[in-house]
Design a protein around this ligand. Structure first.
Ligand SMILES: Cc1cc2nc3c(=O)[nH]c(=O)nc-3n(C[C@H](O)[C@H](O)[C@H](O)COP(=O)(O)OP(=O)(O)OC[C@H]3O[C@@H](n4cnc5c(N)ncnc54)[C@H](O)[C@@H]3O)c2cc1C
Ligand code: SF4
Ligand code: SF4
Length: 650
């Protein structure tokens, strides 16, 4: 049970002039009165750590409460659609996030303190898929503001910016260098991880809001920044980091069979690269490296590939593989080298385990030294040297160097932006400098989000785009761009919730505020600290919750034989019953979930349920302060930490 951190006072001694010293004295003299205080319960809304850890700032607790049936949809609406609406307030890609977001929200989830996190990601996948199957659209865009924004780049940052801008009624034209929309969701992440039917459905739903699209158009080459400045009020940059860093050792610069992860994956995702020839060595152990390794195991190897069809010629854009050759695939010889012990690899551990199961050879604690070339200038081997941590420093044992023979070397050691024609944006590190509101430094009408600021995750690009759009909206309205709150998320708003139930407080007209607890101009005894505080597990009453195993999605694990030519998704979607059960594991940190504990355990019957027709989420119970003796039992038995003994203690 949680410990109260206030001083107990006798009920009859409720004299506001009493000091803490007086109280301590009395407490010593009258120990039997422990359990009474001036402090009465107040209802404090805080942000749960799942939401605080989600870079999109999802109202996870809110949509889980819909899925589990606490928050019910308006009449005539299915609960799935209601949950979809709540999810897409923050992020318009639930089906994609539910599949490939590494879910930092789950790492942050307070339920980890009990037995295991809530499977937030799998609920997202279920709702995203349901919305696609049921052809759910976004609401009509906001009223036309007459303002126009050029969104450059159609990755998650650009598409999310287009979505949030259309919600506000601003005109959007999307410029994309490539033929397809989606950025790394389509050219980086392989198709079996972001299935294209799901991705295209989620993109189309955004376009249906009235977004003008110009594909095969590179800004800085086909359209100039001057033209954009002339034709649009604002430019939003979502141009990512499309270039790999190549093979990071001498010899790799000009060899045709030395490439980078971005070029390799683009060739695969374009449908042009269908097989390998000989051993492939991947340098690096981040998430991009894992995708290259997994693709390599799937597309396999073909014997005696003619020179013209060698994989590097496809990657360099000189040729395209014949899909019919896929029948001749054999298991590929795929190696990864990493400078440190593989246990320190920066990739998602789950993805590392998958590629190991699929037969990738791990060669860790090896530093790449040089690409060894043959007489034709092609790489024939990668020279590596063992490493060891000596006195806390990574040391390369150059005298023990040896060669790994191979036919293709892929550098997967990072990404960078392409600033050709956009040189003024490059901060010298092939990224764009922005302030905390994602306005480009020194460019009043230009904003940026996503990998172009700092390569990270899809959800990060989307969260930043949402912040940038708030800034753009203020800029377009001639307002100052507001500072960001400490906990920068899409918070549940009790005012909006009351409005949804036609319970908006009356206008404040009274001059007097004392003795007005019955007045209807305020949300009484409720405090919103969600933009400042995240609620930790120590504020919950964990004893309330039973141990309850996570409802896991089924995952297909492939062995080296099964992986060849297998382009099926690994994670299947939970069914409705399991998804409801999973949402029910949520402990609703920082918000009432209507368990009745406080009503049941209050010895004074001071806590009561709000009348049915006045109830909303966050307004389920209230306190009769004439009965409350400040015993704090309600706070102690509140599983969610929503009750704080605040009232009367200040
Ligand atoms: C191989 C790989 C795997 C990944 N796996 C995951 C994962 O599993 N989960 C996850 O959350 N994140 C993953 N990421 C990270 C994620 O993909 C990125 O963080 C995210 O896509 C960044 O979004 P963005 O919109 O900023 O950039 P991008 O997605 O890169 O989109 C930028 C777009 O801008 C276009 N563009 C660039 N310059 C111009 C120009 N001048 N004119 C017009 N268009 C232009 C590009 O063609 C591109 O379409 C992965 C990244 C890679 C590379
Ligand atoms: S986007 Fe990622 S971090 Fe956010 S709720 Fe979904 S899985 Fe969690
Ligand atoms: S228990 Fe629920 S509200 Fe609490 S952190 Fe986990 S998912 Fe979020």
């Amino acid at each position: 049970m949680t410990q109260s951190n206030f001083t107990y006072r006798r009920f009859e001694d409720r004299d506001r002039s009493t000091t803490d010293n007086d109280i301590k004295k009395k407490w010593n003299q009258e120990p039997i009165t422990i359990g009474e205080s001036y402090a009465c319960p107040t209802y404090v809304h805080k942000t749960p750590p799942c939401q605080g850890s989600c870079p999109s700032g999802h109202d996870i607790r809110g949509w889980l409460s819909i899925v589990r049936g606490i928050d019910t949809p308006p009449e005539g609406m299915e609960w799935q659609e209601y949950a979809f609406q709540r999810m897409t307030m923050s992020n318009p890609f639930p089906a994609i996030m539910g599949r490939v977001c590494p879910a930092p929200c789950e790492d942050g989830c307070n339920r980890n303190e009990l037995e295991n996190f809530v499977g937030i990601n799998s609920v997202e996948q279920y709702i995203g898929d349901w919305a696609i199957e049921n052809n759910i659209k976004f609401p009509a865009p906001g009223a036309d503001t007459g303002k126009k924004v050029a969104v450059v780049g159609s990755g998650p940052a650009g598409l999310a910016a287009a979505y949030f801008l259309r919600q506000l009624g601003h005109g959007v034209t999307l410029f994309e260098e490539y033929e397809k929309l989606g950025g790394m969701m389509v050219y980086g992440i392989p198709d079996y991880r972001t299935p294209r039917d799901k991705l295209n459905a989620e993109i189309q739903r955004i376009l249906d809001m009235g977004v003008e699209v110009r594909t095969n158009t590179r800004v800085g080459r086909d359209v100039s920044v001057e033209e954009l400045n002339k034709d649009f009020d604002v430019i939003f940059w979502g141009i990512g980091t499309p270039d790999g860093r190549g093979v990071p050792v001498p010899g790799g610069e000009n060899a045709p069979n030395c490439t980078d992860a971005m070029a390799f994956l683009r060739a695969y995702n374009n449908g042009k690269l269908k097989y390998l020839s000989g051993r492939i060595v991947v340098i690096g152990a981040g998430d991009s490296a894992m995708d290259v390794l997994a693709v390599a195991k799937r597309i396999g190897h073909i014997d005696d590939v003619p020179e013209a069809d060698l994989p590097e010629n496809v990657i360099l854009g000189k040729t395209v593989h014949d899909p019919a050759m896929a029948d001749k695939r054999k298991p590929a010889d795929v190696w990864v080298t990493y400078r440190r012990p593989i246990s320190e690899a920066p990739c998602t551990p789950h993805e590392l385990k998958a590629v190991i199961d699929e037969g990738v050879e791990i060669h860790d604690s090896l530093s790449p030294m040089e690409v060894m070339l043959d007489d034709n200038g092609r790489a024939r081997a990668l020279k590596v040297a063992p490493t060891a941590i000596i006195d806390g420093k990574l040391t390369v044992k150059e005298d023990e160097a040896f060669e790994i023979e191979c036919t293709l070397i892929v550098g997967a050691t990072g990404q960078q932006g392409d600033y050709e024609g956009l040189e003024y944006l490059d901060n010298g590190r092939k990224l764009i400098d922005a302030d905390a509101t994602y306005r480009v430094m020194g460019q009043e009408n230009q904003f940026v989000a996503g990998d172009a600021v700092r390569p990270h995750l899809l959800t990060t690009a989307i969260g930043q785009a949402s912040v940038a759009v708030e800034g753009i909206d203020n800029f377009l309205k001639g307002k100052e761009i507001a500072k960001r709150p400490k906990v920068d998320s899409h918070h549940f708003s009790i005012s909006e919730e009351l409005a949804r139930h036609n319970l908006t407080p009356e206008e404040y007209t009274q001059g007097e505020t004392r003795g007005t607890n019955e007045a209807r101009f305020a949300i009484h005894n409720y405090e919103d600290r969600s933009d400042a505080e995240i609620i930790g597990a120590d504020e919950l009453f964990l004893g309330h919750f039973d141990f309850n195993a996570i409802n896991k999605r089924k995952e297909t694990e492939l062995n080296p034989e099964q992986v060849l030519s297998n382009f099926e998704e690994r994670f299947s979607t939970l069914d409705e019953e399991s998804v409801r059960k999973e949402a029910d594991r949520c402990m609703s940190c920082g918000m009432c979930f209507e368990c009745d504990n406080c009503v049941i355990y209050c010895p004074q019957d001071a806590i009561f349920r709000v009348k049915k027709d006045e109830r909303t989420i966050g307004r389920y119970v209230d306190t009769d302060y004439t009965k409350c003796i400040g015993c704090h039992i309600c706070q102690d038995v509140c599983p969610t930490g929503y009750i704080k003994m605040g009232l009367g203690s200040y």
